[in-house]
Design a protein around this ligand. Structure first.
Ligand SMILES: Cc1cc2nc3c(=O)[nH]c(=O)nc-3n(C[C@H](O)[C@H](O)[C@H](O)COP(=O)(O)OP(=O)(O)OC[C@H]3O[C@@H](n4cnc5c(N)ncnc54)[C@H](O)[C@@H]3O)c2cc1C
Length: 464
C-alpha cells in the first residue's frame, strides 16, 4: 500500500477532494466488469486535466508508485483491476466534448466522456459515432481507445481504431504528446497514435481523443434467421453480403436466447426453436435493400442453410429483435460466465467453429455453454457458465485447463485469443498463442521506451 506521506503528497498535487480512500470508492473504482479477482487499490485519484495527469505520472515515477487507468470499468479482461495496492487514476471528472468540426466530421473530447454521450452529441448534429455495443451506456472513450473496442457494427464502420483521428497522451515518462492532430494524411514516420490504441493503459494515459463521425444512417432493416448448424451462418453471411451492404451480422445460440427469454421481457423471434440464430442489419431506406434481403432470404431457405426467419419492420420491431442479441451478456451475468473472446478470419470460420464445438463438447461435459458473437468479423464469444454448486476457484481452474485446447485451435487457425476485450490479467498467460516470442520481445521494448519504470498498469498484457 502507498505510504501515508505519499498520500499527503498526492493531496497536495491535486485537490484533497480528488483523492478518494474510502472503502466504497476503492471497491467501485478498483475493478472492471470481471468478477474473478477482488480489488485492493491504495487510493483513487480523479484528475481534471491533462496537466494534472502529467503531475500524477511524474509523482509516480519519482516514488515508484504503480498506476492503473480506469475508464467506465466495463472491461472484461481485468485490465482496469487494481489488486495490489496501486493508485487508480479514474477519468470520471474529464468529460468535456469540444472542437466539433462539421467540415472535418470530427469531434474532440476528454477521455472520460461516456460513449453514449458522444453518440448523442453526434446525433444532435445529424451525424453518428458508430461504435456500439451493450456497454456503451457506461464505457468511456479513453477505455474504448485503450481496448480498441469493436462491437456490433464493425463489419461496416470498423473498430475504435478506425475512428481515432488524433490523441493526446501522457506517456509513462510523463511527456505530453499530441498524436496525428486529426489529420487524414500524415506520412511522417511511425504513427505512435496506433501504439496507444489497444495498449490497455500500459504505455501511458489517453487524456483526449479526436474522433471521426459518420453520416447518420437511415432506417435499419433487421432480419433474424434460424440455423441448424454454426457453419450455416457463414453461408448466409456470404449470400447476403453478395447483394447487400450489411451494417451488422451477429450470431447467438438457442441457449443464449433461452437466457434472454427467461427474463420475461421478450418473445421468441419465431415459434420453432433453432439451434443457432443470425441477426443481420442493413440500411433499408430507399435503397431497395429490403427487397433484396427478402429475396436472398428465400434463396437461403431453398438452398437449405436457413430454416426460418423473421423481419423487423420499422424502428420499434427492429429494436425488439436487437434486444434478443444485446441482452445476452446481461442475462447470463449472474452465472459468473467465463468468457472467451476469440477470432479468426471469416474464411477460416466454418472449420474453426466445428473444431471449437467438438472441443467444448468433449472437454466441458456438464457445463452450460452460451455462444454469441460478431460473426461477420470472425469474432466469437464462448461463455462457460459456472454451475451453481461449483466454487468459483475450482470453476476458474477448470476453465483454464480447457483454455489450452481452445487456444491451441485458435493458434492452428492463426486466430486471436482476444478479439476485442483485451488481454489484461485474465488472458495474459495465453498471449503466446497469438503472438510469437519475437513479437512479444518487441512489445516489451516498446513498453520500456514509453514507461521505463513500469509504473503504467504493471502486470497487464505481459510481465516486463
Ligand atoms: C455487457 C458488456 C458487453 C460488452 N460488449 C463489448 C463488445 O461488443 N465489444 C467490445 O469491444 N467490448 C465489449 N465489452 C467490453 C468493454 O465494454 C470494452 O472493452 C470497453 O471499451 C471498455 O471501456 P471502459 O471505459 O469501460 O474501460 P475500462 O474497463 O475502465 O478499462 C479498459 C482498459 O483500458 C484502460 N484505460 C481506461 N481508460 C484509460 C485511459 N484514459 N488511458 C489509458 N488507459 C485507459 C484500463 O486500464 C483497462 O486496461 C463489453 C462489456 C460488457 C460489460
Amino acid at each position: 500500500l502507498i505510504a501515508p506521506e505519499l498520500l499527503e503528497r498526492l493531496r497536495s498535487i491535486l485537490d484533497a477532494s480528488q483523492v478518494l480512500t474510502d472503502d466504497d470508492a476503492l471497491r467501485a473504482f478498483g475493478t472492471d466488469a470481471t468478477t474473478f479477482l477482488d480489488p485492493a487499490p491504495s487510493c483513487v485519484v480523479l484528475p481534471r486535466s491533462t496537466a494534472q495527469v502529467r503531475s500524477i505520472v511524474r509523482f509516480a515515477n519519482e516514488h515508484g508508485v504503480a498506476l492503473v487507468p480506469s475508464g467506465g470499468r466495463t472491461g472484461l479482461s481485468g485490465g482496469a483491476l487494481a489488486a495490489s495496492g496501486e493508485v487508480v487514476v479514474a477519468f470520471d471528472a474529464m468529460t468535456r466534448i469540444f472542437d466539433f468540426s462539421p467540415d472535418d466530421r470530427t469531434v474532440r473530447c476528454e477521455a472520460g466522456v461516456i460513449t453514449r454521450d458522444l453518440q448523442r452529441f453526434a446525433e444532435e448534429r445529424d451525424l453518428s459515432y458508430p461504435v456500439e455495443f451493450a456497454a456503451t451506456g457506461s464505457s468511456r472513450i479513453g477505455g474504448n481507445v485503450s481496448t480498441n473496442a469493436g462491437g456490433v457494427r464493425v463489419i461496416r464502420y470498423g473498430m475504435t481504431r478506425d475512428r481515432v483521428a488524433g490523441l493526446t497522451v501522457v506517456t509513462g515518462r510523463g511527456d505530453v504528446l499530441e498524436l496525428n492532430k486529426g489529420l487524414v494524411k500524415n506520412a511522417t514516420g511511425y504513427d505512435l497514435r496506433h501504439l496507444f490504441i489497444g495498449a490497455e493503459g500500459t504505455l501511458g494515459f489517453v487524456t483526449e481523443a479526436t474522433l471521426r463521425l459518420s453520416r447518420a444512417p437511415g432506417d435499419a432493416g433487421v432480419l433474424v434467421l434460424g440455423l441448424d448448424r454454426m457453419r450455416d451462418a457463414i453461408e448466409a453471411l456470404r449470400a447476403f453480403r453478395q447483394r447487400i451492404d450489411l451494417t451488422a451480422f451477429e450470431f447467438f445460440s438457442e441457449s443464449a436466447l433461452r437466457h434472454v427469454l427467461a427474463r420475461g421481457e421478450h418473445e421468441r423471434p419465431f415459434p420453432t426453436p433453432s439451434r443457432f440464430y443470425a441477426l443481420l442489419e442493413f440500411e433499408a431506406a430507399g435503397s431497395g435493400a429490403a427487397e433484396d434481403a427478402a429475396s436472398v432470404f428465400e434463396e437461403c431457405v431453398r438452398a437449405g442453410f436457413v430454416r426460418d426467419g423473421v423481419a423487423g419492420h420499422g424502428a420499434a420491431q427492429a429494436r425488439k429483435l436487437w434486444r434478443l442479441r444485446e441482452d445476452i451478456s446481461e442475462a447470463i451475468s449472474g452465472q459468473t460466465p467465463y468468457k472467451n473472446d476469440i477470432s479468426v478470419t471469416v474464411s477460416r470460420l466454418p472449420a474453426f467453429l466445428e473444431e471449437i464445438e467438438r472441443i467444448v463438447a468433449e472437454r466441458y461435459p456438464g457445463f452450460e455453454i452460451v455462444w454469441f458473437g460478431h460473426i461477420g468479423d470472425g469474432n466469437l464469444h464462448l461463455n462457460i457458465l459456472k454451475p451453481a454448486d461449483l466454487p468459483k476457484d475450482e470453476f476458474l481452474a477448470r476453465c483454464r485447463e480447457v483454455n489450452r485446447w481452445v487456444f491451441e485451435a485458435v493458434q492452428r487457425h492463426q486466430g486471436s485469443i482476444s478479439a476485442e476485450h483485451g488481454v489484461g490479467l485474465l488472458k495474459k498467460d495465453y498471449l503466446g498463442y497469438s503472438r510469437s516470442q519475437e513479437e512479444i520481445a518487441y512489445l516489451k521494448a516498446i513498453k520500456a521506451a514509453f514507461d521505463p519504470n513500469n509504473i503504467m498498469n504493471p502486470g497487464k498484457i505481459f510481465d516486463p
